[in-house]
Design a protein around this ligand. Structure first.
Ligand code: GLN
Length: 605
């Protein structure tokens, strides 16, 4: 096993995660098998209890692990399936050491950060790196490890120490350190400044780690003399200094690395020069170019709670983007704060209310994503009602499905107080109820989590067709509440159709309104398994419906990613839906979190 460690310097939010994933992409294109580990030096055991408002979305894995959103990037970029152990946190390491201490495994010794914590970190990395993640047998060739935070943070110290020891232990030729840093450009002359990078490399060396490669974030390509200077002061050959300048969309990053021969530099450090092939990256090149050229918009209203931080819905945005590219449309996301659609807002701030409704009414499709807590619930119900009555494509995910059921029970069954017991425990018409599997007192990892199977109840429904007429699909879950099985027959008699259920037939997984152009709700989160070249089936259906392509897509459902029974990637879609967009590329840039926002990737923030 060879290791590539990616660290960050100067400031946080340089796009370390995207850089690390892109390194993985290029190495994979060289013919190597790649796995990855993300280290988060916070004390939370996992991301499950962390607010998406503060930290970005909680990503869910097949095994039910609730992890940092960077693991989503790795899964999407490398088309792999990670395990919860691929996300190391300080909390997990300390918990494992303390458990051992309580068991008496340390035989009376004083338990210390060095060597006990640092040993535990190294053992964890070695163990997890060996887990196959690409569906093939045996371990990968290379493990990319991303260390969260910035060099110099107090909380990452034990990890730095452990990784320093680790690099020594695995030896030269098996360990490559890529340091992602910032080269700011100052004043009107546009001078590129090397000092912050010099300082952070000095910090790194002081902690016992020597960088092999510098990946410098800057607005423009580094000038030759700037590279020379960095090389001299940081003791890194200038061939190993790569510039990650701003690009129009995220798919360009692997190409940028490849074009600057980052793979050659890394493989040289890892003594792997003989085994590789040239990373062609045709698919990435095609996607990067297509994305730049898309002009014809598809407008999606995201009716959610955390509309201030788009990272809270990162995987949903990515899944929408994958589907939009497949339909040759430029994705425009209109953020509609759910609470702004409510009557109370109409009274208090009529302008805000009107603006929210205008956004909703201007949209080609309405999406209600997952969520917890009762804020904005009424607004989401109004949005679902609007989409249902006006025959606008609607997609409800997790809470979104529950909202659709509440709305239907209220408007169609006439049960005016119908609700989820999450929002009103005393409702007389609980159409969404607490699940026996959940826990009301413990928040961490107590939900129905991870991959579960959904069986189609009928073949003649949109979802079954979009998934490619398979018998069942495996998708990822994260919920505590579910549709009340006692009310299902009543809802179905009134026209709502539960076309997907779990193996017991008691748990509602997919709902559809057959009389509507596209009204679909899912209890699972299909966004977690969407891939750039293989958009998630129901996202594709949703976007296709929003731009008038649903029939064509349903006739050619061989391009979806997430049914386990389906393996064939999207094929020929661009040809089928080519609409002759040839306008010049838009500008965009990596934002603070390293993800492209604004016009660049079509996601309008
Ligand atoms: N709050 C709802 C539940 O727990 C929905 C959860 C979600 O959308 N992820 O069931």
């Amino acid at each position: 096993m060879k290791y590539v460690l990616v660290t960050g310097g100067v400031v946080s939010g340089l796009g370390k995660g995207v850089t690390a994933s892109s390194i993985g992409v290029v190495l994979k294109a060289c013919g190597l098998r790649v796995t990855s580990i993300k280290i988060d030096p916070y004390l939370n055991t996992d991301a499950g209890t962390m607010s998406p408002f503060e930290h970005g979305e909680v990503f869910v894995l097949d095994d039910g692990g609730e992890v940092d959103l960077d693991l989503g990037n790795y899964e999407r970029f490398l088309d792999i399936k990670l395990t919860r152990d691929n996300n190391i946190t300080t909390g997990k390491i300390y918990q494992s050491v303390l458990d051992k201490e309580r068991r008496g495994d340390y035989l009376g010794k004083t338990v210390q950060v060095v060597p006990h914590i640092t040993d535990a970190i190294q053992e964890w990395i070695e163990r997890v790196a060996m887990i196959p993640v690409d569906g093939k047998e045996g371990p990968a060739d290379i493990c990319v490890i991303e260390l969260g935070g910035t060099i110099g943070d107090i909380e990452s110290m034990p990890f730095i120490e452990a990784l320093g020891q680790f690099s020594y232990r695995v030896g030269a030729g098996n360990f490559c350190l890529v340091h992602v840093s910032l080269v700011p450009v100052l004043n009107v002359v546009g001078e590129q400044k090397t000092k912050p990078t010099q300082h952070s490399v000095r910090g790194l060396r002081g902690l016992g780690l020597t960088p092999n490669i510098l990946a410098c974030r800057s607005t423009m390509a580094l000038e030759e003399n700037v590279k020379e200077k960095l090389s001299q002061f940081c003791h890194v050959p200038s061939a190993n200094i790569i510039t990650l300048y701003d690009v129009s969309n995220i798919w360009h990053i692997p190409l940028l690395l490849r074009d600057q021969k980052a793979h050659e530099a890394i493989l040289k450090v890892l003594n792997l020069t003989g085994v590789n092939r040239y990373p062609m990256l045709e698919e990435w090149t095609r996607r990067a170019k297509t994305c730049d050229m898309l002009r014809n918009p598809v407008r999606i209203a995201m009716v959610g709670k955390y509309t201030g931080l788009s990272d809270s819905y990162l995987s949903v945005l990515k899944a929408l983007l994958h589907a939009s590219i497949a339909c040759c449309r430029k994705l425009v996301v209109e953020w509609v704060p759910a609470a702004d659609l409510e009557d109370t807002t109409a009274k208090e701030s009529p302008d805000v209310y009107e603006a929210a409704w205008n956004l909703l009414k201007g949209a080609d499709g309405v999406l209600v994503p997952g969520g917890f807590g009762d804020r904005g619930v009424q607004g989401k119900i109004l949005a679902a009602k609007y989409a249902r009555e006006n025959r606008i494509p609607f997609f409800g995910i997790c809470l979104g499905l529950q909202i659709a059921v509440i709305e239907y029970a209220r408007s169609v069954l006439g049960l005016h107080d119908a609700n989820s017991t999450e929002f009103n425990p005393n409702t007389k018409n609980p159409c969404v109820v607490f699940m026996p599997e959940g826990s009301k007192t413990h928040m961490g990892a107590t939900m129905r989590l991870g991959s579960r199977r959904t069986y189609f109840q009928v073949t003649d429904c949109k979802s079954a067709k979009l998934y490619g007429n398979v018998k069942y699909v495996d998708e990822r879950h994260r919920h505590r509440y579910e549709v009340n099985p006692d009310m299902v027959s009543e809802l179905e008699a009134a026209g709502l159709s539960f076309v997907g259920k779990d193996e017991s037939g008691q748990r509602m997984e997919i709902l559809e309104l057959p009389s509507h152009p596209y009204f679909v709700g899912v209890q699972f989160h299909p966004e977690f398994k969407s891939r750039p070249g293989k958009p998630s089936a129901l996202f594709l259906g949703f976007i296709a419906a929003a731009c008038g392509q649903l029939e064509a897509v349903m006739q050619n459902p061989s391009h979806v990613s997430n049914a386990t029974a389906i393996t064939s990637p999207i094929n020929g879609m661009a040809k089928v839906y080519q609409n002759g967009n040839t306008t010049k590329p838009a500008n965009g840039s990596l934002n603070g979190n390293g993800f492209l926002h604004s016009n660049g990737n079509g996601v309008h923030m």
